[in-house]
Each structure stands twice: as structure tokens, then as C-alpha cells.
Design a protein around this ligand. Structure first.
Ligand code: PNS
Length: 162
């Protein structure tokens, strides 16, 4: 049984993330989407909000679960007994960083392997950072994130302004 983790910040989850979740859930037996509780990054959504959004959007996928983690990814993988990491590659610019963390994780724990899925062309430009930039100026983000989260993202920026 292959249990994989798709780790990330998911602040917020985008259609690009969903593309990777759907495709990797089809490849592995169990997929855990791991939301990094990264205090340093000052996220727009709290870790609980990000977990809850991901739970909502993946509720119809029987082999997908959502969890948050702190600290090293390899330690969390040991805890949940996962050996595969899934990451999406959008462009060659992602590669250097991704190669570095994949190799580091493998050296720290040789049982850990990383599988890269190339992002679908429709989403190769997309990132949570771009979504946040557009939303912060009130631009249209409806093509970039699951439809049920569009208003939640705008609302978050309104709350921040208060
Ligand atoms: O969505 P992101 O921000 O690109 O995801 C980055 C993530 C969460 C995969 C990466 O930062 C990570 O694994 N962080 C956990 C800490 C860790 O294990 N670091 C060692 C890798 S060198």
C-alpha cells in the first residue's frame, strides 16, 4: 500500500493544487495533503482555515485526507507512515528548489522518494501568491481557485483592512 503526501502551504488552495491532488490520488493508494503550519510565512489563512477548505474541496475523494504538520516533513512522514512525496513542477524555475528539497529529504531519510507531476498547461502560471496579489486589488480570481472559495478570499482581505 503506497501512502503519499502532497505537502504545501495552500494559502489558499488553487486550481493548480487541485489538478495535482486529483491526478496523484489516481496514482497512489492513499494521499495525505499536508498543510504546513509555517509561522514564519505570515499566511493569509490560518492553518485551520486552510485545512478546512481542503477538506471541503476533497470530500468526494475516498483516498484523500487532509492533515497539518509542523517541523520537518520527513518527521511527519514517519509519523503517518508515508514514503512518497508528491510535488508539482510548473516551470523550469521551480526545478532547482524542488530538486534541492527532494535530495535533502532523501538523504535525511533514504526511504523517502519524491515524485514530480508536471502541472497541466492551464495552470502552469498559477500560484497562491499570484491569487493573493490579484485578490488584494479586488481583481477577478474566479478562474484561479475553486469557485466556493472566491468570496472567502475577498472577505479575508476586507477583514484585514478593518
Ligand atoms: O507550498 P510550498 O510553500 O511551496 O511548500 C513548501 C514545503 C511545505 C513543501 C516545504 O517548505 C517543506 O517541506 N517544509 C517543511 C520543513 C522541511 O521539511 N524542510 C526541509 C526540506 S529542505
Amino acid at each position: 500500500m503506497k501512502r503519499a503526501i502532497y505537502p504545501g502551504s495552500f494559502d489558499p488552495v488553487t486550481n493548480g493544487h487541485m489538478d495535482i491532488i486529483v491526478r496523484s490520488a489516481d496514482i497512489v493508494d492513499e494521499l495525505v495533503v499536508g498543510v504546513l503550519n509555517n509561522h514564519a510565512k505570515n499566511p493569509l489563512f490560518s492553518v485551520d482555515e486552510r485545512v478546512s477548505m481542503l477538506k471541503e474541496i476533497t470530500k468526494d475523494f475516498p483516498n484523500v485526507t487532509i492533515a497539518s504538520f509542523d517541523g520537518l516533513l520527513v518527521d511527519f512522514m514517519e509519523e503517518i507512515q508515508a514514503t512518497l512525496i508528491i510535488r508539482g513542477l510548473r516551470a523550469v524555475t521551480d526545478f532547482e528548489y524542488e530538486l534541492q528539497i527532494a535530495q535533502t529529504n532523501h538523504i535525511v531519510n533514504p526511504k523517502v522518494e519524491t515524485i514530480f507531476l508536471t502541472t497541466s498547461l492551464n495552470y502552469s502560471y498559477l500560484s497562491s501568491t499570484i491569487v493573493k496579489e490579484i485578490a488584494s486589488y479586488g481583481g477577478d480570481i474566479s478562474k484561479f481557485v475553486p469557485v466556493q472559495f472566491v468570496d472567502r478570499i475577498y472577505k479575508k482581505y476586507k477583514e484585514c483592512e478593518l
